[in-house]
Design a protein around this ligand. Sequence first.
Ligand code: ASP
Ligand code: MG
Length: 447
Amino acid sequence: MIVMKFGGSSVASADRIRHVAAIVANRRQRRPVVVVSAMGKTTDRLLEIAGHAVAGRRDKALELLRALEQFHLEEGGSLDGRVEGLFVELSELVRGLAMLGELTPRSIDAISSYGERLSSLIVAEAFRQAGLGAVHVDSREVIVTDSRHTQASPLFDETYSRLQAAIPPLAGKRVVVMGGFIASDRNGVTTTLGRGGSDFTASIAGAGIGAEEIQIWTDVDGILTADPRVVKGVHRVKVISFEEAAELAYFGARVLHPATVLPAIEKNIPVLVLNSYRPEVDGTRIVADRVPCTNVVKSISTKRNITVVNITSTRMVGTHGFLRRIFEIFDRNETSVDMVSTSEVSVSATIDRPAELPKIRDELEAFSQVDVEENQAIICLVGDNIRYTPGVSGRVFKALNGVNIRMISQGASLLNLGFVVAAKDVERALEALHAEFFSELDPQVFE
Ligand code: ASP
Ligand code: MG
């Protein structure tokens, strides 16, 4: 058995769904279990509709809901009235929300679950029409979570035993189709695994049924040596360790959120990132073990729109508790810090959500001097050879000759080396670094 996950853009239209059916049909002998996201931007739309409803704009909400129904009927079909039936439920929900004027996490899950409930039924039907035997499984019957609505965590033992009982007997004969993202708690109340949660569903399902492989189908060729929009001549990373992929994701690689593939990695199931627009490309294989490589660096990620906050206080000299005070302020204002560097009298921290910055600044200024630099970017080199190779930072500084480096930090994991440069320097820096670290390639790892 293999698990194949297709995201929202891969199932955004009748045409894209037919394409998915062809990709699945080609792998049919591997007994695929297909996990799909909501079609296109449906989850965003549903949340927007809920927002209008509780803000007293019921008619606007219902109007948008009709447009969403139209979209599903046009691209997915009616399924003998089942699609219309789900939209009747949705409109009742919307009216209820408008009446209550309050959006609880539980009702957010109730409404956002419809995206995957619809898409999974629609995709199963499209498979049948394409001549693929398909069977729909309601993920809420097999994925059991706690009750932390909008961000629920699976109860793995219960979930795995349900998956094991339900899926393998079906997968032998037909293609199983399940919605990602949605689940239910012990009482049968609908929950969701958090935004982008379909990757997580795929990995849970794969781990639960002991799949031989999990395929995450996206719209890129996999993990690349750098952002192809910035650097010309980037290469595909054919295989990378889980640890390295996780490091890349924290620092901007959009490919997939590493925490979501953890259940698969724990069971030693490889996760493949593949391109549904170019299914002939082999993609990137993410594996549990380290990947030997003659290159020091496997990939360079970039995270833009970074703000650097420099905090200086002479009162810091020889005292303790200063860092705690600083981080408590970020914490209280729900702002997460990506990179930190410190000296005896100053701390620099980077953030990517500056919404609370004015408040944070006020609180910090009670005991220090604060200086903020906007329009910065983090560039991060990732590769587990970094920890075994002396002189990597020397090569970086040399390659970046002329680019001002604001902050530099080597993570505790020792497999990344990150630094901050001004946004305007990103292109120049990336080109120089790519040339420095990828002029020769280990053919086992890159293509
Ligand atoms: N449909 C959900 C979302 O948009 C889950 C997913 O796409 O992975 O967040
Ligand atoms: Mg996604």
